[in-house]
Design a protein around this ligand. Structure first.
Ligand SMILES: *[C@@H]1O[C@H](CO)[C@@H](O)[C@H](O)[C@H]1NC(C)=O
Ligand SMILES: *[C@@H]1O[C@H](CO)[C@@H](O)[C@H](O)[C@H]1NC(C)=O
Ligand SMILES: *[C@@H]1O[C@H](CO)[C@@H](O)[C@H](O)[C@H]1NC(C)=O
Ligand SMILES: *[C@@H]1O[C@H](CO)[C@@H](O)[C@H](O)[C@H]1NC(C)=O
Ligand SMILES: *[C@@H]1O[C@H](CO)[C@@H](O)[C@H](O)[C@H]1NC(C)=O
Ligand SMILES: *[C@@H]1O[C@H](CO)[C@@H](O)[C@H](O)[C@H]1NC(C)=O
Ligand SMILES: *[C@@H]1O[C@H](CO)[C@@H](O)[C@H](O)[C@H]1NC(C)=O
Ligand SMILES: *[C@@H]1O[C@H](CO)[C@@H](O)[C@H](O)[C@H]1NC(C)=O
Ligand SMILES: *[C@@H]1O[C@H](CO)[C@@H](O)[C@H](O)[C@H]1NC(C)=O
Ligand SMILES: *[C@@H]1O[C@H](CO)[C@@H](O)[C@H](O)[C@H]1NC(C)=O
Length: 851
């Protein structure tokens, strides 16, 4: 039979006519079923479907509960559509769903239902508003009459743990919503590429036996199947629900047990869509099952064509077994927006084609960035803590038009949006300053003025304020939150530490704070020639939280208590001038967070470096072997710290004591250079590095040569002329330690300095034995060679032959890149001696042997 035009028309009508809602019983966990606008009950179980529906009170903060007029209630027996929530206020109102996903990347089927039902007695017949999922426009909801329910369905993979469904007033009437459902999809059905969704265009129970839309109890995803009353129809003889075997699409038995087919002489079925979006991509899901028991001389075999091209075939439906054919990557209409689908019998086939069910989806590409999950969580917490209302719904930053009031964000097409400013001034905030504010890591401006805060400003925030966050908060005595360390005690915030250095008389005044300093001067005694301990403090100690944020003065007993009687004293040494220490700030330099200065007890308190010093990791006693990559990163970190001292500080600073025990590692194995005890700085720029002026002790005299044996630049030793290349030398020695894990000065061996030892190994062409044997060859040979090359250049005898720290940093980064790209499993041992020698010679010509 030829499907005549009225069939085509009826298909088109079906796509336009909106179907009544069909809800399905299912107790599977992960379902969210919300009956919007009911107020009197928090939940109920639908008698027909067995689904438990919840009121929307816990999912949205705005809007009004309304009920449809009784006349339309009678027309529609679906209870979920009898109430709705309307949103007369605000341009964007949102629901926030937090599905309990077992794993990341779960795909959901999200459904929103709308039935106007003349709830406002305005008989408004044209009503239009936008529906958003996440930050993406999902659909424009067009209400054209009072009685026809609108159903919007889409697959969605949320990028964070919450899904926002928003209704946006576009000026064409007050938005409302009746029903919201969310179903996790299993087995990766209705899959589409990441960043895309499938929006339902039509879902048909082909050749339904009745003309009625039924509420199927047995669709586990509560899919709504629209009946197409196409004839002739074939059905199974069995009414047993298990008689058709299932596939992962779990099509209900009531949908699969009828199929459309032609009469015996028909050779094809033809289905046609017109006036579709010719730019869009469509996904078809066709579901088949043979319902007739075929005789030996019978066969049903056909090809499926879409717009003339074979889409699938030849295909033989299996007896009482569901089989789904779908298009991936999807199909395009012709230029007119038409789909012609032919199911044509093959020549061998004795029976006409059949089809049981058909679904059609439109591919949606969702490329909008959302707010970073961390920022979204932090700001949501702030909202919760203070019970803020404003327009704070949906995604904080996106779409930009609906940006939350008081926020500004940075927008980048390729990465999540970040919150960069937050204005909570005069917002009637009370209680503590929410610690979650400090979790807004990209925040640059924070205005908290005009509120009634009590308690301390969180340390994390104070620390951020020290690192560039522009924090505005009231400073009048009544409302100034105290820093936690000084609450109820003397004001310690502005104590300017004053400490002694080697032989130096010293004082330090930050001019701005001079007055406060004067008040505290009794505490600030000049101490001569004191030795000081560098104490490593865990900053999360309960009674010691403030030191992460303020340079603080501590009592000696306090430090004893905090450090468990100096259990973790990292090192002791000469003392850098505090002026120097306060000024210097870099991520690869340890941060001074407090000090003690009591008579003979002088201590500097640095941030906690969980993993101790580098030397302890290189020494044979360490159980954890530093990987080659870790070693390269440590080298880069240290180089960056030094580069900052040399080039980022004015006047320039020479550390003078670069060595492996001064490289401290935090829990992420990030390296920081510590102990500025010997550091000198130079007021002049350019080539004149003669130490002068800035310290009370001139450097250029023999007696003042300082440093650690093995690391001291021989040129400096001989000439007493100090410059930043001396640090480069020491750094080179430290690199050799990293490479070899040998002590710098091995007393027992002939080539007792690590430089001599490495040089002699290179001379012998024995490169493979240079590297720390505990690495067991787990590094790329190219990066190993490069690191040796860099080290040897750094330890050149003459300072002019040594590279600058900037150069070294660049080379080290290249070296790491080589390592990361060259993890090809080649170990030194696999290389022939020839190539080793070649490279070794190369070295020797590059950098003359030291000493
Ligand atoms: C079945 O096919 C015959 C031609 O072979 C046609 O005359 C008849 O109308 C068809 N029956 C139906 C129900 O379409
Ligand atoms: C809202 O959530 C609370 C706590 O989770 C729950 O006790 C209450 O029943 C919920 N209300 C509704 C209407 O679902
Ligand atoms: C989910 O993804 C996030 C970020 O991609 C990740 O931090 C988290 O560990 C993942 N959770 C699971 C259960 O895989
Ligand atoms: C497939 O399984 C689901 C749930 O297990 C059931 O509701 C449905 O009727 C089954 N479909 C068929 C075609 O048997
Ligand atoms: C047609 O599809 C394209 C591509 O998906 C989309 O950008 C466009 O908005 C659609 N047009 C209409 C009218 O839906
Ligand atoms: C198929 O075989 C049956 C008997 O089993 C017979 O009645 C029928 O005519 C045959 N049909 C064809 C097309 O050969
Ligand atoms: C399917 O068969 C019909 C009728 O014979 C024919 O008009 C049509 O071109 C065929 N379709 C394809 C794609 O071959
Ligand atoms: C956000 O940026 C706009 C324009 O640059 C500015 O007027 C506004 O004050 C900023 N808001 C906040 C909270 O910083
Ligand atoms: C910050 O918010 C307050 C109160 O909402 C407002 O008066 C002020 O103009 C805002 N400041 C900026 C810079 O946006
Ligand atoms: C802060 O609290 C004081 C007294 O507790 C009250 O007089 C004042 O109005 C409050 N200020 C704000 C901005 O809420």
């Amino acid at each position: 039979m030829v499907i005549s035009k009225h069939f085509l028309v009826s298909i088109l009508q079906v796509t336009l006519v909106v179907l009544p809602f069909l809800i399905q019983a299912q107790d599977s966990s992960g379902f969210i079923s919300i009956d919007c606008g009911i107020s009197d009950v928090s939940s109920y179980t639908d008698e027909t479907t067995g689904i438990t529906y919840f009121s929307d009170a816990n999912f949205t903060e705005t809007g009004e509960n309304r009920g449809i007029s009784p006349a339309y209630k009678e027309q529609n027996n679906q209870q979920q559509l009898w109430n709705l929530r309307s949103f007369p206020e605000g341009s964007r109102n949102c629901y926030t769903l937090k599905p309990l996903a077992e794993e990341n990347g779960t795909r959901y089927l999200v459904r929103a239902g709308f039935l106007y039902g003349n709830y406002d007695n305005k008989g408004r017949l044209v009503l239009e508003f936008d529906l958003y999922i996440g930050v993406e426009l999902w659909a424009t909801v067009v209400i054209e009459d009072s009685e026809t329910p609108i159903n919007k369905e889409i697959t969605y993979v949320p990028s964070s743990d919450r899904i926002h469904i928003c209704l946006v007033n576009t000026g064409n009437g007050i938005p409302f919503i009746s029903l919201l459902e969310l179903r996790p999809l299993q087995d990766d059905i209705y899959a589409s590429e990441s960043g895309t969704s499938l929006e339902l265009s039509g879902r048909y129970d082909v050749s339904s036996e009745t003309d009625e839309t039924m509420r199927y109890k047995d669709d586990m995803y509560s899919r709504v199947w629209s009946p197409l009353v196409w004839k002739p129809v074939i059905t199974t003889s069995s009414s047993n629900e298990n008689s058709i075997s299932n596939n992962s699409y779990q099509i209900p038995f009531t949908v699969m047990n009828t199929a459309y087919t032609g009469n015996k002489t028909t050779r094809y079925l033809y289905i046609n869509w017109k006036k579709l979006n010719s730019s869009a991509t469509y996904f078809f899901y066709m579901h088949f099952a043979e319902l007739e028991k075929l005789q030996a001389n019978q066969s049903r075999e056909f090809n499926i064509y879409i717009n003339g091209a074979v889409w699938y075939g030849p295909f033989v439906p299996r007896y009482l077994s569901a089989f789904t054919i779908y298009s991936d990557p999807g199909s395009k209409t012709d230029s007119e927006g038409t789909f012609n689908i032919w199911l044509n019998s093959t020549d061998d086939s004795t029976l006409p084609p059949l089809i049981n069910a058909l679904e059609m989806y439109v591919l949606r590409e969702f490329s909008q960035q959302t707010t970073s999950q961390a920022d979204a969580e932090a700001i949501s917490d702030v909202k919760l803590v203070y019970g803020l209302k404003r327009n704070w719904q949906g995604d904080p930053c996106a779409p930009e038009t609906y940006l939350w009031d008081g926020l500004n964000c940075s927008y980048n097409a390729n990465s999540p949006h970040r919150i960069v400013s937050l204005n909570l001034s005069s917002s009637g905030l009370k209680g503590e300053v929410a610690p979650s504010i400090a979790s807004l890591k990209m925040l640059k401006i924070l205005n908290l003025k005009g509120n009634n805060f009590t308690g301390p400003v969180p340390d994390a925030l104070t620390k951020r304020a020290e690192n560039g966050l522009l924090l505005s908060i009231d400073t009048s005595p009544s409302s100034t939150p105290c820093t936690s360390g000084s609450c109820g005690k003397k004001k310690t915030n502005f104590v300017v530490p004053l400490v002694a250095s080697l032989g130096g008389v010293l004082f330090l005044i930050l001019t701005l704070l001079a007055v406060l300093w004067a008040l505290n001067r009794k505490k600030q005694q000049k101490t001569k020639d004191s030795r000081v301990d560098t104490v490593n403090v865990e900053s999360n100690e309960e009674y010691f939280p403030s030191f992460v944020s303020k340079k603080q003065e501590l009592t000696y007993p306090e430090i004893q208590r905090i450090t468990n009687n100096f259990e973790r004293v990292l090192g002791e040494g000469g003392f850098g001038k505090l002026k120097l220490l306060l000024r210097v700030h870099h991520k690869n330099l340890t941060t001074l967070i407090g000090y003690c200065n009591e008579a003979s007890n002088i201590a500097l308190v640095y941030e906690y470096m969980a993993m101790g010093n580098l030397r302890s990791h290189l020494s044979g006693s360490s159980k954890n072997i530093l990987s080659w990559e870790d070693r390269l990163r440590i080298a880069i970190d240290t180089a960056q710290g030094l580069e900052y001292l040399h080039n980022g500080c004015k006047p320039q600073i020479v550390h003078r004591d670069v060595k492996s025990t001064n490289i401290l590692l935090n829990e992420r194995m990030q390296a920081k250079l510590g102990d500025f005890g010997l550091a000198k700085f130079f007021p002049t720029e350019g080539g004149n590095y003669i130490a002068s002026g800035a310290t009370s002790t001139p450097v250029g005299i023999t007696a003042s040569i300082a440093g650690t044996p093995g690391y001291i630049d021989p040129e400096y030793y001989i000439s007493n002329s100090l410059n930043e290349k001396s640090d480069v030398y020491s750094f080179g020695v430290m690199l050799l330690e990293i490479i070899t894990a040998r002590p710098v000065l091995a007393k027992t061996q002939q080539n007792n300095h690590v430089i001599e030892w490495v040089s002699s190994m290179l001379g012998k062409g024995d490169i493979k034995n240079i590297l720390d044997p505990r690495l067991e060859g787990d590094f790329s040979i190219n990066s190993a060679w490069k690191l040796i090359e860099i080290s040897m250049a750094c330890v050149s005898r003459t300072s002019t032959s040594r590279p600058t720290m900037s150069r070294v940093t660049i080379e080290l980064k290249e070296c790491l890149a080589t390592e990361l790209s060259g993890k090809d499993g080649h170990s030194v041992a696999e290389y022939s001696k020839d190539s080793v020698e070649m490279v070794a010679n190369n070295f020797l010509s590059l950098s003359p042997r030291a000493r």
